[in-house]
Design a protein. Structure first.
Length: 362
């Protein structure tokens, strides 16, 4: 079969990214222009600034991705772009740019679901990985347990009821004074801390054993930190002198998140009889989560797949990879929806993925 070369574009949040990927697994180039520096000033992503930065960067980033890959427009089979979920203004920049390229170059346009992209990062890291497998997707905007039945066929078996895991990391990091983005900062601070120092709650949702809830945990940590600050203040009179056991708080919070992600994933793998477990999304770069899931998989004789951190956080290679499997549909999988799009493709900030079924057996 002829090679399929796809240009992927990703602008759903605060990274302007473009990549060229052949046959969904072979990365020819992978460019990411991060906006972290500017959003750090505000302690989180400012949507309007994100959109403006994407507009500034996109032409250069796409040009560099093409140049790094050593390809011309004539070598590209399709242009793929994230069209949701995400920040609407940010998504629109990538979608408009991809539509313009598809029109000018007379190439197919493929709209990609952002979470599908995260899952497909595993196909890049592990060229021999094939469905079915279970994937834990944990990022700044999502926490999903997805049963990947076939290429492009996703069954969501659990998701967060409130905050995403990454969002909880970011908010707890902010109150601990660790800055943005919070996940990597907590990951680092936790290495020096005692994970047993504080016991934080882990939410269980009746009738939905694989759903997550992180807002209670987040509020417990925030309230505890505020109480500690007040007590310290009353003792010392000077707020600037307040000292928090930051490393212990970070380690204990991280343990609570990792335990719940790990327990739900292993329980779902047992019920759905999955021999392969993959992780994806920014939180999948967390060292404690990787270690815990790797150990649990080893103990239960399951194969564990964890893409390198650069493929876990937002990038465009994963978008081009997901687009390849959609490009081949329905030849590859009868049930996969084709996401080939027309020039009426729009940004969908709340786009959903797959079906939601609580029970698979019986
Ligand atoms: O997948 P991603 O780059 O963007 C979204 O789709 O949201 O994920 C970003 C999230 C942020 O919340 C960030 O704090 C978190 O992933 N993150 C981490 C780590 N690295 C990034 N969380 C925990 N530990 C990490 N090492
Ligand atoms: Zn993401």
């Amino acid at each position: 079969m002829k090679d399929v070369c796809i240009l992927g574009i990703e602008t759903s949040c605060d990274e302007t990214a473009a990549a060229v990927v052949v046959n969904g697994r072979e990365v020819k180039s992978d460019r990411i222009a991060s906006q972290i520096d500017i959003h750090t000033i505000y302690g989180g992503v400012v949507p309007e600034i994100a959109s403006r930065k994407h507009v500034e960067k996109i032409t250069g980033v796409v040009g560099l991705a093409m140049k790094d890959a050593g390809v011309q427009a004539s070598d590209i089979d399709a242009v793929a772009v994230t069209y949701g979920p995400g920040l609407v203004g940010a998504l629109l920049v990538g979608v408009s740019f991809a539509k313009a390229l598809s029109f000018a170059w007379k190439k197919e346009l493929i709209g990609v679901h952002h979470i599908e992209g995260h899952i497909c990062a595993n196909f890049i890291e592990y060229p021999s990985l094939t469905p079915p497998f279970l994937c834990l997707v944990a990022s700044g905007g999502h926490s999903h347990l997805v049963h990947v039945r076939e290429y492009g066929v996703y069954e969501i078996i659990g998701q967060t009821r409130d905050d995403a895991a990454g969002e909880a990391f970011d908010k707890v990091a902010r109150v601990l004074g660790l800055g943005y983005p919070g996940g990597p900062a907590i990951d680092r601070a936790a290495r020096e801390g005692n994970a047993e120092a504080f016991s934080f709650p882990q939410a269980k949702i009746p009738d939905a054993p694989y759903d997550f809830s992180f807002s209670g945990l987040k509020s417990t940590v925030l309230n505890l930190v505020n109480r500690m600050r007040m007590q310290d203040l009353a003792r010392r009179e000077e707020a600037s002198q307040a000292e928090l056991p930051v490393a212990d708080l970070a380690a204990s919070f991280q343990k609570a998140v990792v335990d719940v992600l790990c327990t739900h994933t292993m329980e779902a793998a047992r019920e759905y009889d999955c021999a392969k477990i993959a992780i994806a999304g920014g939180v999948a770069s967390n060292t404690a989560l990787r270690a815990a899931l790797s150990a649990a998989c080893e103990a239960e004789g399951k194969d564990f797949y964890a893409p390198k951190p650069l493929l876990c956080t937002d990038n465009a290679a994963m978008i081009a990879s997901a687009a390849y499997f959609s490009y081949l549909a329905p030849a590859l999988s009868q049930d996969a929806p084709t996401r080939r799009a027309g020039l009426d493709l729009n940004a969908c900030p709340n786009l959903s993925l797959g079906t939601r079924e609580r029970r698979f057996h019986g």
